[in-house]
Each structure stands twice: as C-alpha cells, then as structure tokens.
Design a protein around this ligand. Structure first.
Ligand code: ACO
Length: 445
C-alpha cells in the first residue's frame, strides 16, 4: 500500500464556500503533485484519473462500497441534513407540507419544482384523477397470482406490465410523452395496490371513483363493500394523505438510486419504477415497517423489551425501524407520524402495539448503545402501527410506501434524464479474481 498526501487549500467549511477551492494532492508513489478543484464540498472522481504511476497505469479510482461517501448526482429535489434531522422538498420544510399541503400538490412540487397556482393544481389533479383506470387485462394478471402472493410482488410485476400497454413510454426524450406516463404512474399505482389487496382477500375489484380525492378513492377501491357509494372517513383520508406526503421523496435512497440507475439505460419509466419498487421491498428499506410489526408481535409484552434490547446489543437481531444511513438524529418524519397516530386512534380505536413501541423507544433512547450509535426511530417505526389500525394487513405496508414514493421516484428519474452530465450508470470495480488461466477439459480438472 502507498499513500497520497492531501493538502486542503480551503479556508471555509464546504457549505459556506464561495466559488471553487482546491486540494493539493501529492502522490507519494511518484512524488508528483496535482491540484484538484473542490466544488460544493466534493471533488470529481474523474479528476483522480490523471494520478498515474506511468503511461500504462489506468489512473486512480475511489473505492466506495454502498456509496457511503459518493455524490452520484446533483439534485434540486430534496434536502436532508441528517445530523440536524432536517428534511425539505424543494426547500419547503416537511413539517409545513405535512400540515398545510396535500399529496397531489406535494407531488406537483416535487416534479415541477414550485408550488402550483390554483389553476395549475386543478389541471394537475384532473389529469391524475382521469388516469386512474387500468386496462381490463391487468385484472387477468392479478388473477394469475396465488391468493397468498405478497402484494409487493404483485405490484412490482404489474407496474412493469404497464409498459406493455403504453408502448410510447419508451420515448423518454419527449417531454409530453414523459408527462403522460407520470400522470399514469401516480394515478394507477393506487389502483394496482387496491386490486392486489382485493385479490389477496378474494373480493371483487372496486373501480376508481372520480368524485373522491386521491386518498378517498384509494380507500374506496380498498374497502368498498356493497354500498353504492363509499364515504371515506375524513380523518383516515387526511392521515393517509399526510403519510404519503412524508414518504414522497428522500433524495438518493436505495430505491431512488435504483430508479436513476435503471432509468439511465433509457428504458421506459414503468420498467424503471418496477426496479425502484423492487428495491423498496427489501426489509432494510421500505420493507422495514412490516418487520417492525412482526418484531413488536414477537416481543409480545412490555416486560420482554429489556431482553429484546439485550439481543439487539449482542447483534443477534436488529431493532427494526431504528437507524438510518443519513439521519443521525430523530427522523423528522417519525415525529410527525407520532402525532398522526393519536388522531387515527381516535377514529379507529387504539392499536395496543403503540404502547409497546413507545416503551421500546423510551428504553432504547436511554441506552448507551443506541445513543452512542446515534440510532433513533426512523419513518417506519410508527407508520405500520397506524396502517394496521386503519385496517391494512402488514403485507400492504411497503405497498403504501410505494404509492407515496411514486412522485419522488419520477422526479428523480426526470431530473436524471434532463441532466447533461448524466450517462448510463456504470460503476467501476476492483477486480479480485484469478489472473488469466487456461481452460482445462473436464476430465483434466
Ligand atoms: N438495530 C441495532 N443496531 C443497529 C441498527 C438497528 N436497527 N441499525 C444500525 N445499527 C448498528 C450497526 O450494527 C452498526 O453497529 P457497529 O458500528 O457497532 O457495527 C452501526 O449501528 C451502524 O450501522 P450500519 O448498518 O453500518 O448503518 P447503515 O447506514 O449501513 O444502515 C440501516 C442503515 C440499513 C437503515 C440500518 O440502520 C438498519 O438495518 N435499520 C433497521 C432496518 C430499518 O429500520 N430500515 C428502514 C430504514 S428507513 C427507510 O428505508 C425508509
């Protein structure tokens, strides 16, 4: 191993730096010195390529498994300060949007960059409302799944299947065509989700009702029985709307990164979003809210919390719904969700798991392990408890997350497509395999 000596020529912290500054890098393998510009607290990895030991050397690369310290894009969509627990969409604090906005307006903000005028919002809402139906053939796909198919598997597959209905969608450079697919995806994802749910419980599919709001209609498609008109509970309708706002974007998380990476091949947005939804499905990402409920059930009694915490500290299990790659402070979304819980429980009756969750949080936040590791509740710690009180089975939790995250994925996708600096995503590797060797026939091995 050899070293570089790096001199930081900046005088101010990255976030206050005006204009560009530089690093001076001395390659101790050759003694050569390079000046590398620093812009926005970053250096360009490609600027390191010039650092070579000789003409045959490929040049220096960075090694960053799991992108722990790599900015893969410039983005104007979402700002997070994980140390301070700040989340803003297009500059607006999440707390203000959760209190004053609604999900479709927030979707507009994420995708268009500004809050809409009344006319703009009406047109936007109209367009989404009138794209909620899915082709009748989609029902046949749904019917093909087994009764106990996980609805997340169903939704990933049916989102991908939509690309076969809208063959124009692969014209991703055409802004009007892109916009149409954006309307369709925001509009139809709840329809697919509701169909997946109704299939799992053996109920006939309920069609969209254009008189109802985005969330009111979703509740209707899920829970409508024999009544001719479903009347959503306004508290649950609003709570769901706020939960969707809270989940709408979270900058370069695993699924947004999947959306960008797959979309960078210039595939249609349905295929890219199916990949994003697949990334979300995992228990370390959007699948965590499902795991939180399973964990709370496994603990079963407040008395057993200390034992569970011991197992977490012994690294036998994770405390699901705790910890975050970016937040090293209380996740601001978890704070808002805790407040919604009270309103929902007034309408639905209390979910007894909330007391256990609160006690688990109380004990964990007093424990040195969690304090020193900066592990706080994340958005998923309380969301599942609310969803369960609203009547959703646990398998639907990541599906709800996917509905909320749809505008964020689409905003990240479109930003990537319009960014001249982006190309097909294609990381490098450090090869650790065999040197060249010759193929041996099978009886000589
Ligand atoms: N319970 C116990 N210990 C934890 C937890 C947890 N939930 N999360 C992190 N740690 C510990 C790790 O064991 C590690 O300890 P060590 O330094 O002593 O080895 C340290 O904290 C750092 O953890 P990493 O796994 O390196 O952190 P990373 O940023 O890679 O992981 C993640 C973040 C995946 C969210 C992790 O905290 C986790 O698995 N949490 C539980 C699953 C969860 O709630 N996911 C939802 C995330 S939010 C979302 O996607 C919407």
């Amino acid at each position: 191993m050899s070293t570089l000596t790096i001199t930081d020529n900046r005088t101010e912290p990255s976030e206050h730096a005006v204009g560009k500054s530089t690093l001076t890098i001395t390659d101790n393998r050759t003694g050569k010195t390079y000046d590398v510009p620093v812009d926005n607290g970053t250096i360009r990895a490609m600027d390191l390529r010039q650092i070579k030991t000789g003409p045959d050397d490929f040049g220096l690369m960075t090694y960053d498994p799991a992108f722990m310290n790599t900015a893969a894009c410039r983005s104007a969509v979402t700002f997070i300060d994980g140390d301070k627990g700040i989340l803003r969409y297009r500059g607006y604090p999440i707390e203000q949007l959760a209190e004053k906005s609604n999900f479709l307006e927030t979707a507009y903000l994420l995708l268009r960059g500004e809050l809409p005028s009344r006319d703009q919002l009406d047109t936007w809402t109209y367009n989404i409302t009138h794209h909620r139906f899915v082709h009748e053939n989609v029902k046949k796909f749904m019917d093909g799944f087994r009764y106990d198919a996980h609805p997340m598997g169903v939704i990933i597959s049916t989102i991908a299947a939509l690309s076969t209905f809208y063959t124009e969608a692969n014209q991703i450079k055409n802004a009007a065509i892109r916009q149409r697919q954006i309307f369709r995806l925001i509009a139809k994802t709840p329809t697919l989700a509701a169909f997946a749910y109704r299939h799992s419980v053996g109920l006939p599919y309920a069609y969209p009702d254009d008189d109802l709001s985005y969330c009111g209609n979703f509740l209707s498609m899920l829970f409508k029985a024999t009544e001719s008109k479903y009347v959503p509970n306004p508290v649950l309708e609003r709570a769901l709307d706020v939960l969707f706002i809270l989940h709408a974007d979270h900058e370069q998380n695993c699924s947004a990164n999947a959306m960008r990476a797959v979309g960078s091949s210039e595939v249609d947005p349905y295929s890219a979003m199916a990949a994003a939804a697949a990334a979300l499905y995992g228990p370390l990402h959007g699948g965590a809210n499902e795991q939180v409920l399973r964990m709370l059930r496994e603990i079963g009694d407040k008395k057993r919390i200390p034992d569970y915490i011991k197992r977490v500290k012994a690294k036998e299990v994770l405390l699901m719904g705790f910890g975050h790659r970016v937040y090293k402070n209380y996740d601001p979304r978890a704070k808002i969700i805790k407040q919604i819980a009270d309103q929902v429980f007034e309408a639905t009756g209390k979910n007894p798991l909330i007391d256990m969750a609160l006690e688990l949080e109380r004990i964990a936040l007093q424990d040195d392990y969690f304090v020193s590791h900066k592990l706080y509740p994340n958005v998923d710690f309380y969301s599942g408890i609310i969803y369960e009180a609203m009547g959703f089975p646990v398998t639907m939790f990541p599906v709800l997350f996917a509905i909320g995250r749809t505008p964020g994925w689409l905003a990240q996708w479109e930003e990537m497509l319009l960014d001249n600096e982006q190309k097909i995503a294609r990381p490098r590797q450090v090869y650790t395999g065999s040197d060249k060797r010759d193929y041996a026939p099978i009886d000589k091995r």
